[in-house]
Write a protein of this length. Structure first.
Lengths: 501, 252
């Protein structure tokens, strides 16, 4: 009776709370319109995380002012640059406002008028001995994936001079963000970075003048605010406020605050480029084949990581397991600490340490070919630790009587391990190893952390270039097939080992 | 000559003294049964004699070779190589058989003679066939242990021990893991071995069997040898009260 009443009261109050919350949320939506700005949080001075952890920058200040005047609530949404189109399409963000180059993208977005004139420049190390564009021949040059610099060098609208220039490079490397690009440049893994002049100025200044800019620019270009194609209504609202801010001097003041006053080009005389959606004539099947063949190139890289990691980490794991079970206490502790660190930190971080460690700890200049070795070393060190623990559990699961019987029969320690214990261990650990190997297939995608282009990185790049998420799905299918084969092989081995129990 | 001579064996697990001043000597061709209640120390004694456990005091001598000497009351084991040599003198049959599950019957029997003793393969295989026949399992050579009954597995384990040509065999409760109807087949094998003058030390719960097969019976309780002698004395006419109580319990 009492319980029933209590239950009833509980249900009533829950319903009441839910009702109030819903009502409040609806009210919020009705009263306060939000304006979500998507930006790359590693793109100073336009948008980045400052020392106090706040998202700040020229573009964000502008957005803030626009929102203040319109009575909107500004939401700053840092995005993965490769996913910007999907963010916009799904409505997760209202616009891309982030030193966003218009040139070459005119047809892809509904644009504001240009407000910053920006050029693409080349940054090199001060003592590099590279003084002009011809000095880049045979060098490794980095650009941000899907950036205007990349478009200026290899895009469909790139001029002939730039295409020739790009062909003279030893390699045109795509990196995820400028921070890692500069780490690469400093460590010698790359020779130059092509990037926007505003960002270049900021980076060179903030990095203690270790770097310098070549005098000749690759291209000049303009920044605008990108809205979803066709969303002219929102664009017009924002544009109107921008002109208002230009009129009363607020716009200039904000530009001065960020040292960009010489680059601004906002003018009421500019007219919008209002474009119509251009349909891609490629059929679905053609697109599918095109994307698949592009991804197949990355599959080789993923496969190489996978196979080499297994090849090295499985035997190394055995060595580590023996250290872990050693009777020599210091060794056992060292191995224990090693395993604990490897299991307790992200693989992505370990890859960064392996790649950048030699330069930043020992001052050894890294080369670009080291990138692949770093991937394999990082993966091997990580997976060996996991395998070691699996081996240990498999060894400890072997019955004590097996040791005693082989001792009585006079087997040496070596014979005992390899003839008696090892085969039984293998049978014990097959299910755990299968798990680990399948995880490895998917983990290969983490190689992007040090800009090694394997299948998933490629899928993200293709997705960004073609503004569709199809490549990601196709990559998913590839991973699934890959793992299906892995599972099939492991099952076969398991069956083969069923000859004993 | 004495095949085995152990004197004043001491063994403790922590504060618990499991073996107290045990001395036994075993003559060639002798069959000795060790009986006693659970926890009496008989299995620990067997594990010490087969060097699966290290002793805390006393000395051990196999076929005239000193495995453990006592120095100032502390046991000193011989060198690794000497011990390896000494281990060749005896074999051990476990309660749980401990066959190698990933080896076929024939490989279980032949692997150690080939790879440990480095004897010729042809010779070993011939001997193994004879041993299998003796165990009544000549048709099981290519089976794996899990395909055999407990009694069959134990017979293979005995064959594996015999293939090493030991001078004596230890048995650690060889029938305890078996159903009663399978016990008989193992006891028959042991009896045949006794008839062939194999020296054996058997830890067992089978009082009837101990009486009929043994030259000597040792009754242990509380880590000491309480009574020792011919079966007719120890089992049929026990003098000690503890022996009497144990035998009475076992016969019920």
């Amino acid at each position: 009776m009492n319980l029933k009443r209590l239950l009833l009261r509980y249900i009533t109050s829950v319903l009441l709370i839910v009702y109030i919350c819903t009502a409040m949320l609806t009210l919020c939506h009705a009263d306060d319109r939000s304006f979500t700005v998507g930006f790359d949080a590693e793109f100073p001075p336009y948008g980045y995380k400052d020392e106090s952890g706040e998202y700040v920058g020229f573009d964000l200040d502008l957005a803030e002012e626009v929102c203040a005047r319109k009575g909107w609530i500004l939401k700053k949404q840092p995005i993965d640059w490769n996913s910007k189109d999907m963010e916009l399409k799904t409505g997760a963000i209202d616009c891309i406002w982030n030193g966003f180059t218009m040139n070459g993208r005119e047809d892809k977005y509904t644009w504001s008028t240009p407000y910053i004139d920006n050029s693409q420049v080349v940054v090199v190390k001060k003592d590099s001995g590279i003084y002009d564009l011809s000095g880049l021949s045979g060098k490794i040059v980095a650009v941000q994936a899907d950036s205007s610099a990349l478009a200026a060098l290899t895009g469909s609208d790139a001029d002939e001079e730039n295409i020739k220039l790009a062909q003279s490079f030893a390699e045109l490397q795509q990196v995820g963000d400028y921070n890692s690009a500069f780490l690469n440049l400093e460590s010698g893994a790359i020779d130059a970075i092509c990037m926007d002049i505003g960002v270049a100025n900021y980076e060179i200044k903030s990095r203690g003048n270790l770097f310098t800019m070549l005098d000749k620019h690759i291209s000049s270009e303009e920044y605008g605010i990108g809205f979803l194609l066709g969303n002219t209504e929102l664009r017009n609202e924002v544009q109107e406020v921008l002109f208002e801010m230009l009129g009363d001097g607020t716009f200039i003041r904000i530009a001065e605050k960020w040292g960009l006053e010489s680059s601004i080009c906002l003018s009421e005389e500019d007219s919008y480029i209002d474009n119509v959606t251009t349909e891609n004539n490629q059929s679905f099947i053609e697109k599918l084949i095109n994307i698949s063949s592009q991804l197949a190139g990355g599959l080789g890289a993923s496969l190489a990581i996978f196979l080499l990691t297994l090849l090295f980490s499985m035997p190394l794991g055995l060595l580590i397991a023996s250290g872990r079970m050693s009777k020599f206490t210091p060794l056992r502790w060292i191995v224990k600490i090693y395993i604990s660190i490897v299991r307790g930190t992200p693989l992505m971080l370990q890859l960064l340490v392996v790649f950048f460690g030699p330069y930043f700890v020992f001052g050894i200049n890294t080369t670009s070919s080291y990138r692949f070795y770093a991937v394999i070393i990082g993966f091997t060190l990580n997976y060996a630790a996991y395998f070691a623990e699996i081996y240990r559990s498999g060894i400890q699961a072997v019955h004590k009587g097996q040791y005693e019987a082989s001792y009585i029969l006079g087997y040496t320690k070596r014979q005992r391990f390899f003839k008696i214990i090892f085969p039984q261990m293998v049978k014990n650990i097959i299910p755990s190893v299968t798990n680990e190997v399948i995880t490895l297939v998917k983990d290969t995608s983490l190689a992007f952390a040090i800009s090694y282009t394997e299948m998933f990185t490629l899928a993200k790049q293709v997705a960004a270039a073609e503004t569709t998420i199809m490549p990601l799905f196709i990559a998913g299918v590839f991973y699934y097939i890959f793992n299906f084969i892995v599972a099939f092989i492991m099952e076969y081995i398991e069956k083969k080992l069923n000859y004993f129990r | 000559m004495n095949l085995l001579e152990i004197s004043n064996i001491e063994k403790s697990f922590g504060d618990l003294r499991v073996l107290k001043d045990i001395s036994i000597s075993v003559n060639e061709t002798e069959v000795i049964s060790i009986i006693g209640p659970s926890g009496s120390g008989k299995s620990t004694l067997l594990r010490c004699m087969t060097m699966l456990e290290a002793i805390d005091g006393g000395s051990m001598n196999y076929c005239g070779e000193q495995a453990v000497t006592s120095k100032n009351g502390l046991p000193v084991y011989a060198s690794k190589n000497q011990l390896k040599q000494i281990r060749r003198y005896f074999g051990l049959v476990f309660q749980n058989f401990n066959l190698f599950p990933h080896y076929s019957v024939i490989k279980n029997i032949t692997d150690a003679p080939i790879h440990v003793q480095k004897r010729s393969k042809d010779e070993i295989y011939k001997e193994a066939k004879v041993l299998l026949k003796k165990m009544g399992l000549e048709d099981k050579a290519n089976y794996y242990p899990y395909q055999l009954s407990g009694g069959q597995q134990q017979r293979i384990a005995i064959a594996r021990a015999l293939a090493m040509k030991p001078k004596m065999l230890f048995f650690d409760e060889p029938t305890s893991a078996l159903d009663p109807e399978l016990t008989a087949e193992i006891l028959k094998v042991l009896r045949n071995l006794a008839d062939e003058k194999m020296t054996m030390i058997i830890v067992t719960h089978e009082i009837e069997f101990a009486r009929s097969i043994s030259d000597r019976v040792i009754f242990m309780d509380g880590g000491v040898i309480v009574e020792e002698g011919k079966p007719a004395d120890v089992i049929d006419n026990p003098k000690n009260e503890r022996t009497k109580a144990f035998l009475k319990k076992m016969s019920v």
